[in-house]
Design a protein around this ligand. Structure first.
Ligand code: ADP
Ligand code: MG
Length: 681
């Protein structure tokens, strides 16, 4: 089919063996990979009318030379050359620094294209780029790609253009004629051409619209076909349990449930008792009591004679949940075990045996627990905690083992409800929008870095009263190594300040065991101050910790700060979060003020979106949201809704499964593995 564009990049003229390796480093193996490596922005060399030019912007103008160049020399190497240029009947001055050698190339009456910095008041342009002749329309918008290693943007531009020239004709249409016509979308081949080499902004918009829609439609089709098959497939479990018995578990908890918790428990119980498989997203702010709700659901599964699995992203979290749940189930006959990568050898064999023969009712662990050598006796419920993707592949893996469990996703990342439904396909969504009574709000203060010593004294006072503190280290964009170095430096510094206390250190480069030892020591108050990178962000629970100091707080997104802050304020003591930041711009300051004033996670995520854009909204890659190549679930929300509707209509129509215009989409679905009998992607 698309065999030509599935070929390795090395078949393209100009890409040798060495460059092939370099491109592979960027994840570009085939020609199609290159086509789908979309620019993330464009350099604008578009010629604009003079009155629209903004002062000090980098602009491109075209005009006719109207004077002899005048050159003045300063010393040996320095020169300043000026020449008058007529642009749209306005005489402007072009200034060239140290480029007197251009003098002979500049002739009166000639058309030139100039790029440089514009001075609106003096009507001058300081030229950086000079070209004889009219502007070249194909160079007006130059694509900028993310590159790395030995590949430069210029090279990649050339390779992609060459590949389009040689192999572009083999790009096949995926979308049906009906959709192309009704949305006036360009064809696929044309869209690839225009996204990489747009002649103007219109083309770019057009191409993007098409490619975004395509990506979202494919995503929605995949989700919905999978969801439909799941619903249709027999064997969803109707958990049989008595409500009163399940409720007795609630009554023995040391606190009454909040109204929101009660509502959500009802929703989950209802899902569980029907034969349809539960597929529910549970959102709730940090500390809103999701884990307790999870335990209630697991108790119901236990009553129905099924096992439950709780999956969390890290071993530390698994450990903590294990301890917390042991306490919650103390007065019941429910048995629990922990299964992570570091449970090995005999211990692991033993636990695996318990899981297999049903001795154990609840298994808590990392992702490994559903993938490896683990065989459940009767798995009925899978709960995933914190931004954890549990996708098609995992479900299929479980189904292959003979299980059709109910699935509950828990997340503290607040996502607007409608967006959540669209992004997660056909998932049901519940929210705990109420905190347990009696929580003291965390007092949040924004201070400058020069206050450090006062802050440390304040922390010292907390520790003298028996409390503990977190110190979160600066975040260096995309460099774990630098983050770690920062943490080590801060740790060293604080050790010297807190001579009478123990200062612990935690970062992502520690071995799992070391991390656990540190966490263990901190939760036993053997360590009073824990210096850490953002690895403590998710779910860690040390209720005696009451103070958190965050260095360079303005480098974090609001949602992330909120997650971090949620590590304190987990018990009756008044807690404090100190944001240390000297933000330069208005937005940075605004964000720090918002953090001081707002405790509501939903409100913060909306602000985040407004101030920093969608990239930070979901917090980089770990958010659990699907990653798109070109679509942006926040900005392209309308397209997402449209694609959702279209996908639903398509899969419910006969035509989709029969007509040739849908063959491309059908074959995509087959390849992606959601159609029965096909292998996984
Ligand atoms: P989450 O998982 O949403 O972060 P948890 O379930 O871990 O929240 O609950 C946070 C803390 O609040 C725990 O110590 C838990 O025992 C307590 N808690 C949960 N629900 C209630 C409630 N209804 N009333 C009082 N305390 C509660
Ligand atoms: Mg939790």
């Amino acid at each position: 089919m698309n065999q030509y564009i599935q070929q390795p990049v090395s078949v393209v003229k100009g890409i040798g063996e060495e460059k092939q390796t370099d491109l592979q480093q960027l994840g570009l193996y085939t020609i199609l990979d290159m086509f789908q490596h979309f620019p993330y922005r464009y350099e604008n060399h578009e010629v604009q009318p003079i009155e629209q030019l903004r002062h000090e912007d980098r602009v491109t103008i075209a005009g006719v030379i109207h004077s002899e160049p005048a050159v003045r020399y300063y010393g040996k190497k320095k020169s300043r050359m000026t020449v008058r240029v007529m642009v749209e009947n306005i005489l402007i001055t072009a200034v060239f620094f140290n480029r007197a050698f251009l003098k002979n190339k500049i002739q009166q009456g000639q058309t030139v294209t100039l790029t440089g910095k514009w001075n609106k008041y003096k009507l001058t342009i300081t030229v950086q780029d000079f070209k004889n002749g009219e502007p070249d329309p194909s160079k007006q918008l130059e694509p900028v790609y993310s590159v790395g290693g030995n590949v430069t943007i210029k090279q990649l531009r050339r390779f992609i253009q060459q590949a389009l020239e040689e192999y572009g004709v083999w790009i096949e249409e995926l979308l049906p004629e009906t959709l192309l016509t009704s949305y006036k979308l360009p064809g696929r081949q044309q869209a690839f051409q225009m996204i990489h080499m747009p002649q103007n902004k219109e083309e770019l918009k057009h191409a993007r619209r098409r490619l975004v829609f395509e990506e979202l439609l494919l995503f929605q089709l995949k989700m919905q076909v999978f969801r439909r098959q799941e619903r249709l497939s027999a064997g969803g479990t109707a958990h049989k349990f008595k409500r009163e018995e399940a409720a007795s578990f609630i009554h023995q908890l040391p606190f009454p449930l909040t109204g929101a918790q009660k509502r959500v428990v009802e929703e989950i119980w209802n899902d569980m008792s029907t034969p349809l498989k539960m597929n529910r997203l549970l959102q709730g702010d940090v500390g809103s009591g999701k884990t307790v709700v999870a335990s209630i659901a697991m108790y119901a599964a236990y009553l129905a004679g099924r096992q439950s699995a709780l999956m969390v992203p890290t071993e530390i979290l698994a450990e903590q949940h294990y301890e917390g749940l042991q306490e919650l189930f103390q007065q019941t006959d429910v048995t629990l075990t922990l299964l992570t990568g570091s449970v090995k050898g005999k211990k692991r064999e033993e636990r695996n045996a318990w899981i297999e023969d049903g001795t154990v009712h609840i298994v808590i662990g990392t992702h490994a627990l559903i993938q490896e050598d683990v065989h459940f006796q009767q798995l009925g419920l899978v709960i995933t905690d914190e931004q954890h993707r549990f996708g098609v592949a995992q479900r299929r893996a479980l189904r292959d083992k003979g299980f059709e469990p109910d699935v509950l996703f828990m997340t503290a990342t607040p996502i607007p409800r409608t967006l959540a439904i669209s992004v997660f396909g056909d998932m049901d969504v519940s929210a705990i929008d109420e905190l347990p009574a009696g929580r003291k709000p965390i007092k949040t203060y924004w201070v400058k870095h020069d206050m450090l010593e006062r802050i440390l004294r304040f922390i010292e006072k907390e520790i003298q009263q028996g409390r503990q503190a977190y110190v979160i280290c600066p975040l260096i964009e995309e460099s774990e190594a630098l983050d770690v170095q920062n943490a080590i430096d801060v740790h060293h510094q604080l050790q010297q300040f807190f001579l009478h206390y123990r200062v612990g250190l935690m970062h992502g480069r520690l071995q799992t065991e070391e991390k656990e030892q540190v966490m263990e020591a901190f939760s036993r108050n053997e360590i009073q101050i824990l210096v850490s990178t953002t690895v403590v962000e998710v779910g860690v629970n040390v209720p005696n910790a009451t103070a958190m100091l965050i260095y360079d707080a303005d480098r974090f997104g609001l949602s992330q700060l909120h997650q971090l802050r949620g590590r304190v304020g987990r018990a009756e003591h008044q807690s404090y979060c100190i944001l240390m930041a000297d933000p330069k711009g208005e937005t940075g300051q605004e964000r720090m003020r918002i953090m001081q004033e707002t405790e509501d996670g939903f409100a913060l995520s909306e602000k985040d979106l407004e101030l920093r854009g969608p990239g930070d909204f979901f917090g980089k890659k770990q958010s659990g949201l699907p990653e798109f190549k070109i679509a942006d679930v926040v900005h392209d929300y309308r397209a997402l809704e449209t694609a959702r509707g279209d996908a639903a209509a398509l899969i419910n129509s006969r035509a989709f499964w029969e007509e040739t215009q849908y063959a491309g989409l059908r074959s995509y679905l087959e390849k992606s593995g959601v159609l029965e009998g096909e292998k996984l992607d």
